[in-house]
Every structure is written in structure tokens, then in C-alpha cells.
Design a protein around this ligand. Structure first.
Ligand code: TRP
Length: 338
């Protein structure tokens, strides 16, 4: 008998566009993991409420991202929308009672985001939701009793906290109920911003900073053409961060011209316009089939939304089972038999 496939869980925030930083840095890897793991991927809308946001925009982003993920190759049965599985928040409460204030205060992402809010407007408030966000993330993972979580460096600390919470829970309640999830480190490219190659590509920094996978091909070309190359501060023959980023994109896109262009660069004969043109074409050729698939999915928008709701409902059954078992362990709820 073969053992069941290991369970992988990951989540993506429905903030902004699906850009190539997120595609190469996470989604592409998720698509590959589907062939060897039992994968559960979530559009984490509860998480998106921890920073200031607009309700209408959130709803639109959630559906758009879910459909984009399907168009890129995430399988429908592996995808769900977090708020359609409200058991996550209930488990988060139970876990929060097994997590200390001190642990949460040490989370660097909390400190960074608090700072971001302060920088934007010192009167903006820092919500308790932002503070306990890592507990919700722990619930996302533990509710499927995931074995592995593909994580980037920025989420490593949250996964460590998840393991600590699971371990403490098992200890306090004298059980081995929760699996301690392992990080799944995969070599993924860290794509930098096109406008500021010293920072990570992100949608929140503004339009010049990212290349949207679902933008019109000409827009993708234009965006790549406008990428910052030399900043004028490079020394000697060191490759500038902007040029390095363009090569990174070429390599990530598996462009067959990468080595040739690199040789030309080293020989001092590479025009940046040529490099950019190659990068743009490599990205467009990745984007086109996804865009085609998205158009096809959107021919019947109601049908595709219904299918995502159905897969979320199906995944919810798994989450509900864990939650009821956890409630029995911690002394909540009435046993049905009495
Ligand atoms: N916190 C993650 C991020 O900001 C998103 C996320 C939510 C997540 N729940 C998760 C990632 C569970 C991995 C596992 O990118």
C-alpha cells in the first residue's frame, strides 16, 4: 500500500495584482507541487483585513486572484477562498489561547507593518487583527494538519511560531493531534521592483514597480522597457541591481537566450534595449496562455465562481472535521452522544 500524499498548504493575499514577482516567487512553485502533494491553496481574505482596505475592492480582488490562479494552472479542487471556510477563525481563537503575547510581539512582520502604518499616517491605528495575524496563519496550516508549507524567508518566523503553537497544544492537552509542519524551501527567484531594483517587486509600491501577468502584452513590454537599469552608482564592472533583475527574469522564464546575452554583457556589447526586448518577449510568452485561459474562464463568470465556491465547500469539510476534533480535545461543545 502506498502512503497517502503529504499535505501542502499555502496562502496568498488578495492585495493588488498577480505580478511576476508573485508568479515566479510562489505560484509557479505551487503549480509544480500539485503533481506530488495533496495541495490546499488559499486566497486569504481574512488576512487582507489587517491593513486598511476597501470592502468593494477586497471582494473584487478575491475573485480576480482566484480566477487568475486557476488560469495559471492551480487546480480547481486545490483552491479555496479563506472566508468561505470560517472554521479558520474559530480555530485561530483556540490557538490564540495557546500562544503568548510575548511570542507575538517578537514577530518582525508585525513590527514592519506597524512601522509602515506609522509612516503613512501616525494616526492610523494598529489593529489587534494585525497583531494576531500569525495565529490565523497557524490556524490556516494546522486546520489541514499540513506536513509542509512552501515559505519564503519573510514567512519563516510565522512557520516557526506555528510549530511552537502546535507543540504547546500537544503538550498542554496531552495529545499528538497536530502535525508539526515543515518548511518547504524551494529555490525561487526573488524578483525586484522594476522602478527600484533594491526592493522586492510589490503591487503596493505603485504601478511602476511591478509587471502584471494579466496586463495586455503591450503594457508588459512597456513596463519592462521602463525598468531601471543603471542607477549611476555602480562601481567597476559589477552588474547593477537593475540589470541583474532583468537577467533573473530571463532565467526564471527559462529563456534560451540567457547565456548568449550574458556573454554579450560580459563582452560589453549588450545594448540594454536588446536585453529588455528579450525579457519582455519571454514574459509575454508566459503570460499569453494564462490570459487566454482567463478569457475562457470568464466566458461564464457565474459558472466559474460557482465552481470555486464548490471547491471551497469541499475543502471546508476537511477543516470542519479538524475543528470538531479540536473542540472535543479542549473541552468545548457538547458531545453528540449525550
Ligand atoms: N502571511 C502570508 C503572506 O503574507 C500569507 C499566508 C496566510 C500564508 N496564511 C498562510 C502563507 C499559510 C503560508 C501558509 O504572504
Amino acid at each position: 500500500m502506498t502512503s497517502p500524499a503529504k499535505i501542502v498548504l499555502s496562502g496568498i493575499q488578495p492585495t493588488g495584482k498577480l505580478h511576476f514577482g508573485r508568479y515566479f516567487g510562489a505560484v509557479q512553485n505551487w503549480i509544480e507541487l500539485q503533481s506530488s502533494y495533496d495541495c490546499v491553496f488559499s486566497v486569504v481574505d481574512y488576512h487582507a483585513m489587517t491593513m486598511p482596505y476597501s470592502p468593494a475592492q477586497l471582494r473584487e480582488n478575491v475573485w480576480d486572484l482566484a480566477i487568475n490562479l486557476l488560469a495559471c494552472g492551480i487546480r480547481e479542487e486545490n483552491l479555496f477562498i479563506q472566508s468561505l471556510v470560517p472554521e479558520h477563525t474559530e480555530l485561530a481563537w483556540i490557538l490564540a489561547c495557546n500562544c503568548s503575547y510575548g511570542e507575538l510581539s517578537r514577530m518582525t512582520q508585525f513590527k514592519d507593518k506597524t512601522q509602515q502604518l506609522r509612516d503613512k499616517d501616525k494616526d492610523l491605528f494598529v489593529s489587534a487583527g494585525l497583531f494576531i495575524y500569525p495565529v490565523l496563519q497557524a490556524a490556516d496550516i494546522l486546520i489541514y494538519r499540513a506536513d509542509c508549507v512552501p515559505v519564503g524567508k519573510d514567512q519563516e518566523q510565522h512557520l516557526e511560531l506555528t510549530r511552537n503553537i502546535a507543540e504547546r497544544f500537544n503538550h498542554i492537552y496531552r495529545t499528538d493531534y497536530f502535525t508539526l509542519p515543515e518548511p518547504l524551501f524551494t529555490e525561487v527567484p526573488k524578483v525586484m521592483s522594476t522602478a527600484d531594483p533594491l526592493r522586492k517587486m510589490s503591487a503596493s509600491a505603485g504601478e511602476k514597480h511591478y509587471v502584471d501577468v494579466f496586463a495586455a502584452p503591450d503594457q508588459i513590454r512597456k513596463q519592462v522597457r521602463s525598468a531601471v537599469t543603471d542607477t549611476g552608482q555602480e562601481s567597476g564592472n559589477q552588474m547593477s541591481p537593475g540589470v541583474e533583475n532583468l537577467f533573473m527574469l530571463l532565467r526564471a522564464a527559462h529563456s534560451p537566450d540567457t547565456d548568449e546575452l550574458l556573454e554579450a554583457y560580459k563582452g560589453g556589447t549588450l545594448a540594454y534595449s536588446k536585453l529588455k526586448e528579450q525579457v519582455a518577449e519571454a514574459l509575454v510568452s508566459i503570460a499569453l496562455p494564462f490570459q487566454e485561459e482567463k478569457r475562457r474562464l470568464l466566458e461564464d463568470k457565474k459558472a466559474i465562481k460557482d465552481r470555486i465556491k464548490r471547491s471551497s465547500a469541499h475543502i471546508r469539510e476537511r477543516a470542519a472535521r479538524t475543528l470538531s476534533e479540536v473542540k472535543a480535545i479542549v473541552g468545548l461543545g457538547q458531545p453528540l452522544s449525550r
